[in-house]
Design a protein around this ligand. Structure first.
Ligand code: NAP
Length: 275
C-alpha cells in the first residue's frame, strides 16, 4: 500500500487491495501519548502526528512524526487539521491542560471530525490517605496554613509562583526544567527530575527533606503515584488539587481502547463524524 492507499505489489508480486491511510492528530505531552505513539508507530495504515506544546526543553524523543508549539487557538488548530487532511483527533494531553482540550472540542465540532479523549482516571484516596482536596493551586497554597511547614510541591514549575503568597514555608519543588525566572520564594529547594518515580526514591526524598506535607495535582496514572503512596506510608497529608472538568465527548483509558476507536472511525467505516 502506498501513502494514498493504492494497491502495491506484495513480495510475491501479488496486488493487495487496501484502504486509504488514516491521518491522525495526537495531542500529547504525557506518558499516555508516548505509549500511544509507540503503538501507532507499528501501524503502516495510520499516519499520526504527535503534537507537543513545547513546554519541556528536551522532551522524550517521539517515535512518530511530530510537531512542537501552539497552533494559534481554535482557528490555528482548524487550519492545521484542514491543511493536513486529518481524519480524527486524539486528545492525550494532561488532565490539567484544559485550554488545548477545549480547543480540540471546538475545532472538531466545527470540522465535524471525530475526537477521542485518552487519559488516566483520577486517583481516589484509599485507607490511610489524608487528603485535603482543593480546586486549584492558589487554594492549595492557602490550605498549607499559617504555621511554617516543610512542603513538597509537585504541581510543576509554571505554577510555582503561586506559593509566594505563603512565604513562611520551606518548599522543596520538583520539576523537569528550570523555571524561566528564579521562584519568588525566600526558602525553596528545587529538585530536577522526570518521572516515572519509584516508591523507595519518594520515601527517601520525603525523609531527606523532612517533609511535613505534599502538594499534588490529581494527575492520575502510575508514573507519579509513588509520592502519594510515600506520603501515606509516612502518615503525611497531601493537598490534592482536583481536576478541571473533563472535556465532553468519548473517553478511552487504555491504548487498546484507542486502537479500537481508531478502527471504528476509519473514513468509510460507517461511523458518524463529529464529537
Ligand atoms: P493548556 O493550558 O491547555 O494549553 C495552553 C496552550 O498551549 C494551548 O492553547 C495551545 O496553544 C498550547 N498547547 C497545549 N498543549 C498542546 C499540544 N499538545 N500541542 C500543541 N499546542 C499545545 O496546556 P498546559 O496546561 O499549559 O499544558 C501544556 C502541555 O504540557 C500539554 O501538552 C500537556 O499535556 C502537558 N502537561 C501539562 C501538565 C499540567 O499540569 N498542565 C502536566 C504535564 C504535562 P494554542 O492555543 O496556540 O494552540
Amino acid at each position: 500500500m502506498d501513502s494514498q492507499g493504492r494497491a502495491v505489489p506484495s513480495c510475491a508480486g501479488l496486488e493487495i487491495e487496501s484502504g486509504p491511510v488514516m491521518r491522525l492528530l495526537v495531542l500529547g505531552g504525557t506518558s499516555e501519548a508516548s505509549a500511544l505513539a509507540q503503538a501507532l508507530a507499528d501501524r503502516p495504515d495510520l499516519q499520526a502526528t504527535l503534537s507537543l506544546a513545547g513546554r519541556t526543553a528536551a522532551p522524550v524523543r517521539p517515535v512518530i512524526d511530530h510537531r512542537i508549539g501552539g497552533f494559534g487557538g481554535v482557528e490555528g488548530l482548524c487550519a492545521w487539521l484542514t491543511r493536513e487532511g486529518a481524519d480524527a483527533v486524539i486528545d492525550a494531553t494532561h488532565p490539567f491542560a484544559a485550554r488545548i482540550s477545549a480547543n480540540a472540542v471546538a475545532a472538531c465540532n466545527r470540522l465535524r471530525l471525530p475526537l477521542l479523549t485518552f487519559g488516566r482516571p483520577a486517583w481516589a484516596p484509599v485507607a490511610g490517605d489524608h487528603w485535603i482536596d482543593v480546586d486549584d493551586v492558589p487554594a492549595a497554597v492557602r490550605a498549607l496554613g499559617p504555621v511554617s511547614r516543610r512542603v513538597f510541591v509537585t504541581t510543576g514549575r509554571l505554577e510555582l509562583d503561586a506559593f509566594a503568597a505563603a512565604p513562611q514555608h520551606h518548599y522543596v519543588a520538583r520539576m523537569i526544567d528550570p523555571p524561566a525566572t528564579p521562584p519568588a520564594l525566600p526558602d525553596c529547594t528545587i529538585v530536577y527530575a522526570r518521572g516515572p518515580f519509584a516508591l523507595a526514591d519518594e520515601l527517601k526524598l520525603l525523609d531527606t527533606h523532612r517533609i511535613d506535607i505534599v502538594v499534588s495535582k490529581n494527575a492520575g496514572g502510575d508514573a507519579t503515584y509513588a509520592k502519594i503512596a510515600a506520603a501515606r506510608a509516612r502518615g503525611l497529608p497531601v493537598v490534592m488539587v482536583r481536576r478541571p472538568a473533563a472535556a465532553p465527548g468519548t473517553q478511552a483509558a487504555t491504548v487498546a481502547e484507542v486502537l479500537r476507536w481508531i478502527d471504528d472511525h476509519r473514513p468509510g467505516a460507517g461511523t458518524p463524524r463529529g464529537v
